[in-house]
Design a protein. Sequence first.
Length: 369
Amino acid sequence: MAFPKSKQIDIFIIILAIGFCLPQNFGLAQQAPSSTNYRLEDSQIDFGGSNSTSSNYRSVDTISSEDSTGSTSSTYKLAPGLVPQSYPGVPGQPTLTNTGGNLYNSLDFVIVTGGNQSDAVYAVALSPDNFTTTYFIQTDETIATSTAWQNFAGWNSGTGERVTGLSASTTYQIKVKARYGAGSESGYSFSASATTAAPQFTMAISGIGSGTFIAGATTTITTTANSMSFGSLVPGTTAVAAQKITVTTNAAAGYTTTLQQDGDLHNVQAQTIDPVSGTNAAPASFPSSVSAGAFGYHTTDASLCTGNVTRFSPNDTYAAATLSPLEIACSQLPVTGEDTYIVFEALIGALQPSGSYANTITYISTGKY
């Protein structure tokens, strides 16, 4: 029997096998997942566990919180496992205050931990334009663009500190972030705001009435803010006058008031009444008697800022006025309505030429900003 001639038939069969297994309860797996292509023994994602092995690889330890040795086999190497960071919480909202309402280049602030642990450190951001520009309060309470970190105690443990170097009449915002060691930072807290004041300085001179007892002396004449007339002096009888200087300023370093004259008391013949022997640096008692004359001043500021600061603290301490401005009142802090009395005494003797004597006394008060 004859058979038909055979045909060659080429058949190409493509087999695509995909093995895939997703373990149930992923994240707390207790049963090892497996497939026809691999087997993963004792796998779990937790804080450490047993080794996992197969015929193709071996993974030493599962992901843990302290794995620092890594995993290796003959066919691969697994780098050290992840070490979770410790993230601080967001601090509480700080406070920012213009204490007294008259701080022109500084503000007071208090930070709040927000419950962070004691080893947390904090950075305090400050801005005059809603954080388009950001400064950071430094450890010396100035401001700079670099971040400065301190723990809660370094920021005065919540009792408040004063940031300086600010611009007058400007609203500032403040916010705080936290960090553990050199680790990750928290987000910023809610912000707070306050406004610096404008620089303020006022100085007023007031006259004092006759019969006023000041610094151990009783005035014999009445003065005004810009005049002081002793009238006719009686030889051997001391005449006493006084004026009051009142200063208010928010200058951070306070103020200084000085006194000077355009020359000794003199008449049209250029004759003068001599000044007392005491000086501003070393005042002395006013003389009880003179052959010609004596004129001097006393200040009630018992604590000045230069030289022997208590030199005028005793009542009977008088100095000669000079052509140079000399300190008669001062403060090293802002003041509100601070009064200083200047007492003038004049005395003539039998040898003092008659005539009308006059000079000009000038007060200068300067704020120390």
